[in-house]
Ligand binder design. Sequence first.
Ligand code: 3PY
Ligand code: MG
Length: 262
Amino acid sequence: MRTNAVKTLMQSGGTALIGWAGIGNSYSAELLGHSGFDGVVVDMQHGQVYLDQAVGMLQALSATPAIPMARVTANHFAEINKILDSGAYGVIVPMIDTADDARRVVEAVRYPPRGRRSFGPARGLLYGGQDYPQHADDELLAFAMIETPQAMENLDAIAAVPGLDGLFIGPADLSLALGVSPAPRWREEPLRGAIARILAAARAHGKLAGIFCTGPEMAIDMQAAGFGMLVPGNDAALLRGAAQAACDRIRGAAPTAPKAAY
Ligand code: 3PY
Ligand code: MG
């Protein structure tokens, strides 16, 4: 089976740079895949992406060096099964509150006896290879998003769930969970301390740790903090930032402050 280069890189202590494809288009996903990222996540939760588009985006990513993954809309067994069958090499599952939630993620990602994933790997075979069924359990990544008040209460229990590969922070929802603005102020409390607690819980349980960042500046700080998976903003934010910078430069205008795009 084709190796999951994102998993191998993270497990060896490297930092995976991950593109975030929320524009529901296979060409824009393909462009991200050719931009130097180790992997690209198709964002089905907040991206303008439904399953039909997600399949086309995964197909486009298959022709790039980036490993294709997906953030699903919710902790939904059938949707996780379907996107893995469509060739995603890992899922990031939002709004995980409890260890039971995290166990359900593992059940949806791993085949029996490790989980309950139903058999029918479809595009998984085309992208992964004919021996996909024998190795998928070891190659596919399962990340639980930590971004709710309940998750912060149950952090250790979630991090301890066997078969879960890692924790992934959604800093906007996590900020709301902490009672502050969703525009993440990662250098200030209470977000700063919460991020540190989540990273420590992941490490204590031998789990990988990733975080969505609002741009390269936050990603550089999070790399220094020790995160192994960094998303430096989504495609919409990167496109808007580059387009605005081009206009500002030609007009000789002062650089416009980055605009949020989630
Ligand atoms: C968050 O910041 O809450 C996210 O889910 C990132 O998309
Ligand atoms: Mg979120």
